[in-house]
Design a binder for this molecule. Structure first.
Ligand code: HEM
Length: 344
């Protein structure tokens, strides 16, 4: 297998297309991830119930752990859902977001855009429990996917399955995260390009943005709203947020990294369609949120999701499943890491 793949890997490296490197082949340009990479799926596809014989307790382990962690800290589901997105968007759903930096340079999780990602410890803990029961069977990438699924369910979102069988990558570059994660200041053109680059379309963009119905946001991530380009249409709400962010402790800055508020203030702890309602009211927190309503291309879908929670849920599930297939490593490629933070 290794020798068969080698010429392809060399060709792709020479073409400066960044391809996730499997255990079988390393790009000579190790330490850099410049250029476009393909997130097209190769090899065997994922399957629903992939571990039903090899690790039948997997689903219960993940569900129980996430329930426990959520009881300890209600912010857990949002953080795990975001972690899955950041894994998939940067080089594919192969758990590279979980890897620690090593001699090759800073890893994805140490990129500036990853600074507010949290709950890596939850995945590490689930992995340790899974390893104790099913050693060497379940990838960190699949644990991350399942964690996202159970997180959504636990806070009132749709109950759904995700296909499994991902294997783990073992390279992770901060530059990949920097290049591919969307920015809060993006408007619809940039968002569509960003999502389009990895094979996600306009419906995926709007549906997946609905994840912002839960969780929190730092003031820094909507500071641009006060600089003219996409102000809060609800002026009073914008003013309230401005005061909230300005009056923080000893810091003279509007937006300190430490101050947070809810992503969606109507029902912040529930996964529902109120994010879209908030957008129609001019209360989207980030430019990238509000512009989905401001732009004629995405507004109809925002309105449709705001009016019909089930339509949003169905679309969200499809888009999550689609996102979860981005750039996956399957079959005999990649590895099953023993610890999610460490390359084997
Ligand atoms: C459309 C482009 C997107 C942009 C620009 C974006 C950006 C951001 C930013 C800046 C934050 C706030 C981080 C902080 O201040 O701590 C955030 C939070 C969050 N994002 Fe996104 N995101 C996008 C799409 C997504 C997608 C597709 C998902 C999942 C499917 C997602 C899930 C979340 C969640 C759940 C939170 C709350 C995290 C927490 O409570 O700590 N986001 N996002």
């Amino acid at each position: 297998m290794a020798s068969k793949l080698q010429p392809i890997v060399v060709f792709l490296c020479l073409s400066s297309i960044f391809v996730r490197q499997s255990a079988a082949g390393q790009c000579p340009m190790s330490g850099t991830s410049s250029g476009r990479r393909s997130l097209k799926q190769a090899g065997p596809s994922l399957q629903f119930g992939f571990y039903s014989s090899s690790c039948p307790s997997l689903d219960n382990i993940v569900s129980d752990k996430i329930t426990w962690y959520t009881n300890e800290d209600g912010s857990t589901p949002a953080k795990l859902l975001r972690l899955f997105f950041h894994d998939c968007v940067a080089g594919g759903c192969e758990a590279s977001i979980l890897l620690n930096s090593n001699g090759a340079g800073p890893a994805e999780r140490d990129a500036p855009i990853s600074a507010t990602l949290e709950k890596f410890n939850v995945i590490d803990d689930i992995k340790a429990t899974v390893e104790a029961q099913c050693p060497g069977i379940v990838s960190c990438a699949d644990i991350l996917a399942l964690a996202a699924v159970h997180s959504v369910r636990l806070v009132g979102g749709p109950t759904f399955s995700i296909d499994l069988g991902r294997r783990d990558g073992w390279n992770s570059y901060a530059s990949t995260a920097t290049s591919f994660a969307p920015l809060s200041t993006f408007k619809v053109d940039a968002l569509l390009t960003n999502f389009g680059n990895i094979g996600l379309d306009q419906t995926d963009l709007v549906a997946l943005s609905g994840a912002h119905t839960i969780g929190e946001i730092h003031c820094t991530n909507f500071a641009d709203r006060y600089q003219g380009s996409s102000p809060f249409p609800d002026w009073n709400f914008g003013n309230e947020m401005y005061n909230y962010c300005s009056n923080y402790g000893a810091s003279p800055d509007f937006a300190t990294l430490n101050r947070k508020t809810f992503m969606e203030t109507l029902t912040p702890n529930f996964f529902d369609a109120q994010y879209f309602v908030a957008l129609t009211q001019g209360r989207g927190m980030m430019t990238s949120d509000q512009e989905l309503y401001n732009d004629w291309r995405t507004r109809p879908l925002v309105e449709a999701f705001a009016a019909d929670r089930n339509y949003f849920f169905d679309s969200f599930v499809s888009s999550m499943q689609k996102m979860g297939r981005l750039g996956v490593i399957t079959g005999t490629d990649g590895v099953i890491r023993k610890q999610c933070w460490a390359s084997p």
